[in-house]
Design a protein around this ligand. Structure first.
Ligand code: SF4
Ligand code: SF4
Length: 191
């Protein structure tokens, strides 16, 4: 993705933020990063990312909170673990990405029109309400809340799936969604 380079200044950083991140699951070793770039070199998706995994580690350690949490990178990560396996400092980069995703949602800093975080949020909302996800409604809600034009590219295959009964407008659900909602509320309080 083409991007204009933007100068960053130390005064824009939040120096205490990386110390908070260090306490999150999988982030214990973030200060051991030697910026070797092995993670970026081995990541199959780094060419599509706005910041490579090495740059995410750098932004994170320097306290550039908005840039790290607002990046598309953390949502493009496919959890293949290649970076974590090859990192010479034994940094669990995949887990770092997960922790950053959770922080981005909590702090409301995720990229708002980027489909992947919208898909994750809509999936959660549908499952919370009905106990099951329905692909058709999930895709429609994701598209209308991010970029409706992506439906144009999906129309042909969507129509084929509808015709063959592989996709349906029918909403799936469990018998007692209230029980699930109670369980989820308890889990949220514990977290
Ligand atoms: S491979 Fe590990 S040490 Fe090297 S840049 Fe990536 S996170 Fe840092
Ligand atoms: S786990 Fe994510 S960041 Fe690491 S190599 Fe795979 S896609 Fe890239």
């Amino acid at each position: 993705m083409f991007q204009f380079r933007k100068m960053k200044f130390q005064r824009e950083a939040v120096p205490e933020w990386p110390h908070k991140v260090k306490t999150l699951p999988g982030c214990e070793n973030i200060f051991s990063c030697i910026q070797c770039g092995t993670c970026s070199g081995t990541c199959p998706l780094s060419i599509y990312m706005d910041f490579t995994p090495r740059r995410i580690m750098s932004l994170l350690r320097e306290g550039f909170r908005k840039e790290a949490l607002g990046s598309e990178t953390i949502w493009l990560c496919a959890s293949c673990y290649s970076c974590a396996v090859h990192c010479p400092q034994d940094i669990h980069i995949t887990d770092v990405m997960y922790s950053l995703k959770r922080e981005a949602i909590k702090e409301n800093l995720y990229p708002k029109r980027f489909p992947i975080p919208v898909l994750a949020r809509e999936f959660y909302e549908i499952v919370k309400r009905r106990g099951r996800s329905s692909e058709m409604w999930l895709v429609l809600r994701m598209a209308f809340r991010s970029n409706p034009f992506i439906l144009l590219g999906m129309a042909k295959s969507g129509w084929a799936l509808l015709r063959t009964g592989r996709l349906s407008f029918k909403s799936e659900g469990i018998r007692n969604p209230k029980d699930l909602q109670r369980e989820l509320a308890v889990k949220r309080e514990v977290a």
